[in-house]
Design a protein around this ligand. Structure first.
Ligand code: BDR
Ligand code: CA
Length: 313
């Protein structure tokens, strides 16, 4: 599998990268950085440090993309600490970012291998919206686009109506959903339903004491503490990591449905909301055509074993 990850590298973004780099049969061909979780340059350092931690220094190019959302003011996420890595204080990586802009790199790489590359979009969708606006043919040339974002008719994590990635750049998300990509959507609703590791699972990973389980333990420290305050128990959510796991092994998806997805860009209460409708609206409202598959549930145990294996081998 040939993969590109677009990321606002912090916490679960880094575990997604590790899963891709450490799973046999997956080639992580490039990482593109987008505005999102924390300071943009810090995110680039986090991505480079993650590549170094995986023993892949110099093998996975990192391209810098859009530093700002298209229209909205950027706001940091609250889940991952100021550095996005729970203050893990990782050594500065030897590898440095590429000169080419991420938007150019996406277009060049996708157009050079039509039908071969899959992409995980685990950040606000600014880079991808810019890329498909400049070169609309990437929508059909990309084999599959796995997006983490939105909610599936339940509450968000930034506002009751909106999840972080779509809330930060709703205009970009709406452009991407209307562009004709082959999309599978992994929502915040799925995150809470299928990506959570409980205290026992966390203890099992921590117990291995490999360099990567140590990385995981340190980098997930703030999300674990936030969850303890918010939910009264130590758990860890993995929105991006579960998205990556579903892309690598779609057999862990236990329920999904096709749908029409549009993103609210003008609502005051609902800005960034993912409006998800049944697939068959096109006969009455032609502009509402089926454009995504929504993952409704995934096998938590299988996901856990995939990540555990990636961190211990
Ligand atoms: C999304 O926001 C980020 O904080 C996570 O990395 C994930 O991509 C979840 O809402
Ligand atoms: Ca992310």
């Amino acid at each position: 599998m040939r993969l590109i990850i677009d990321t606002d590298t912090a916490g679960d973004d880094t575990f997604s990268m590790l899963l891709a780099m450490k799973t046999p049969g997956v080639t992580l061909e490039a990482v593109t950085i987008c505005n999102g979780n924390v300071d943009f340059d810090q995110q680039a350092e986090n991505a480079l440090a993650t590549i170094e931690a995986a023993g892949k220094s110099g093998e996975v190019p990192v391209y810098l993309g859009a530093r700002r959302p298209l229209l909205a003011d950027w706001e940091p996420a609250q889940m991952h600490g100021a550095d996005g890595m729970s203050g893990a204080n990782l050594p500065r990586a030897r590898q440095r970012p590429e000169e080419m802009h991420a938007v150019d790199a996406l277009i060049e790489r996708i157009m050079a291998a039509p039908g071969e590359i899959e992409m995980i979009a685990q950040a606000p969708l600014t880079n991808l919206a810019l890329a498909v606006s400049r070169e609309p043919r990437i929508a059909k040339a990309l084999k599959h686009l796995w997006i983490m974002g939105g909610t599936d008719n339940s509450v968000g994590n930034v506002t009751p109506c909106a999840e972080f990635n779509f809330y930060i750049d709703p205009e970009a998300a709406e452009i991407v959903f209307r562009a004709g990509f082959n999309i599978t959507l992994s929502t915040w609703t799925l995150t809470l339903g299928s990506s959570v590791f409980d205290a026992e699972q966390l203890a099992q990973i921590d117990g291995h004491e490999t360099p990567l389980t140590e990385f995981y333990r340190k980098v997930s420290d703030t999300p674990r503490k936030v969850a303890e305050q918010r939910y009264g128990k130590v758990i860890c959510t993995h929105p991006d990591t579960l998205t990556c796991a579903c892309a690598i092994d779609p057999s862990i998806i236990t329920a999904s449905r096709n749908a029409v997805v549009r993103i609210e860009t003008t609502g005051t209460i609902t800005r960034g909301h993912s409006a998800i409708h049944p697939a068959k609206l096109g006969s009455r409202w032609p502009e509402y055509h089926e454009n995504a598959r929504i993952i409704e549930s995934a096998d938590n145990g299988a996901f856990f074993r995939m990540l555990e294996r990636a961190l211990t081998t």
